[in-house]
Design a binder for this molecule. Structure first.
Ligand SMILES: [Zn+2]
Length: 513
């Protein structure tokens, strides 16, 4: 068992100066307050919604404000930050950025402690190792380990000759101005969802129970920082009713629940809000009072200037990348109207307003097409897109981009494709189609009210990735399929909306404005 202890010593000028005067130093009152500023699921370093919401520079300001009042203030990230991000596909100094922008900005913003989210394992083993090494904050990982060529070991941070294995429990030894000391135990859990080969998990609930039992007598309070489904957090609270709080992530819209005496908090994704979780510990009475409040992060909160400088540096790198692709990233394409839903779980299981908008935009760019098809996996934003929506929002919603192809295909291939797409429920190969429809009663695919005819030829517009045969269970969908009657020439000029699916969406939204 690995025990990682962080000593946080405060300098008390008051105590020091009182020695030289007649004043008496404050006596230990056996009470101490600890403040956690919690964010989770942050993929954007800069404010979103036209600058109105979120932004890591505002998170930094909040942390600094609490820290000024109480030195025992800690900024916590409850998973999902290095990916998915549009930055991942961009280059900087000859290398893919892959979360580097987020690690740097989180460090400057004063992040103290993080857990892995499932998206941390979207990037390669080497890339993640580089990001970990770059981080100047601590990690705790109770159930998630490094599978290094078959050997299961803790992940570790390597800086110079220092090798710091991630602890499976984290102890904060804190002290306040009047000398009250306290030990806070932290358990860090990640849902075993991303099956990257280099990651190995133990059962989150069982692991937490074991560690809690070992910690509870030596700690004044134990919290869990988790990145898992709300149902799992509720189970955790039920099974370990002695936990003070569960600071969670993964859902993207704020969650709050009290299960027994355990508080579960999750902030909105992309730092649209932060949870402030205060532990008021009375050591004498062996009591912990938890006070939570959700803080919306909007224009009323100033941007921390140092953090903002780093955000600006990365924003410029990104904008220059987009400009070379024909985009004007800061331009607003939709100023008001409904929030678009790009959450991964939603777009991979049903048609959201965002998925519908994309296929309608492609249909608009390809007026001769009978049917439009896209794979849900091309939508990677895993979040809501509130208005005002900029070109950048569309770029980050579909970070891979890619051209639109058109092909004439036999109805039987179209039906086979639609069937496979329907079976891909829950994964990236789930197909979004327009204006074809599925009639479940008759188990029949229709187009404009008529059944799709196996022998007839249809003109289909689809993304280049989908037409490459690389999508799950759709390998037959490629130019060499004998049921492809004709594949049309691709349009590559940035003047044509068919050159990039994102341009097609932007043009369509601008037309509707
Ligand atoms: Zn997640």
């Amino acid at each position: 068992m690995r025990m990682y202890i962080r000593f946080i010593y405060l300098i008390f000028f008051i105590t020091a100066s009182s020695c030289s005067s007649t004043r008496v130093a404050k006596k230990d009152d056996s009470k101490i307050e600890v403040v956690f500023v919690q964010v989770n699921d942050v993929y954007e370093i800069a404010p979103i919604a036209g600058g109105k919401e979120g932004g890591m520079a505002r998170v930094a300001t909040i942390k600094k404000e609490y820290l000024r009042k109480n030195p025992n203030t800690f900024l916590i990230m409850a998973g999902d930050f290095v990916s998915p991000s549009v930055y991942n596909s961009l280059q900087y100094m000859g290398q893919r950025i892959r979360g580097k922008q987020m690690i740097e900005v989180m460090t400057v913003a004063g992040t103290n402690l993080v857990v892995f989210g499932n998206h941390e394992f979207d990037i390669t083993e080497n890339e993640l190792q580089d990001r970990i090494n770059e981080s100047q904050f601590d990690w705790v990982s109770s159930n998630t380990f490094h599978n290094k060529n078959g050997k299961i070991i803790p992940f570790e941070k390597r800086q110079g000759t220092n090798v710091l294995p991630f602890p499976d429990r984290y102890i904060m030894r804190l002290r306040d101005a009047d000398g009250t000391t306290v030990n806070i135990g932290v358990i860090g859990l990640t849902l075993p969802f991303n099956k990257a080969e280099y990651v190995s998990y133990t059962d989150p609930l069982q692991t937490a129970k074991t560690i809690y039992t070992q910690l509870k007598d030596s700690c004044d309070a134990v919290i869990a920082i988790t990145h898992q489904q709300m149902e799992e957090d509720i189970k955790l609270a039920q099974e370990i009713p002695g936990l003070a709080a569960i600071l969670g992530g993964h859902e993207h819209d704020m969650r709050y629940q009290k299960v027994g005496n355990v508080f579960i908090t999750k902030a909105d994704a992309n730092a649209r809000s932060a949870y402030i979780v205060k532990l008021n510990i009375n050591k004498k009475r062996k009591e912990t009072k938890v006070i939570t409040s959700l803080k919306y992060i909007n224009e009323t909160i100033a941007l921390d200037s140092t953090t903002n400088e780093y955000v600006g540096k990365w924003t410029k790198i990104a904008d220059d990348n987009y400009a070379s692709l024909g985009f004007d990233a800061r331009k607003v394409v939709q100023s008001s109207g409904e929030t678009l839903d790009g959450r991964e779980k939603e777009v991979r299981s049903k048609f959201t307003n965002l998925s519908k908008l994309i296929v309608e935009a492609i249909a608009d760019a390809c007026p001769q097409a009978d049917v439009v098809l896209i794979n849900a996996g091309s939508i990677r934003v895993d979040d809501f897109l509130p208005t005002p929506i900029t070109q950048y929002d569309i770029i980050r919603a579909l970070p891979f981009g890619g051209g639109i192809f058109e092909a004439d295909m036999k109805g039987r291939l179209l039906i086979k494709t639609l069937e496979a797409g329907k079976k891909n429920l829950g994964i990236g190969g789930f197909l979004i189609y327009h204006p074809a429809q599925y009639n479940a009663n008759k188990n029949e695919w229709t187009l404009n009210g008529k059944p799709i005819d196996s022998a007839k030829t249809y003109r289909v517009a689809l993304t280049d990735f989908l037409f490459s045969g690389k999508e799950a269970n759709l390998d037959f969908l490629n130019k060499n399929n004998p049921d492809i009657v004709k594949a049309y020439e691709a349009e590559t000029s940035p003047k044509s909306p068919k050159s990039d699916v994102r341009l097609a969406i932007i043009r369509y939204m601008e037309k509707k404005k």
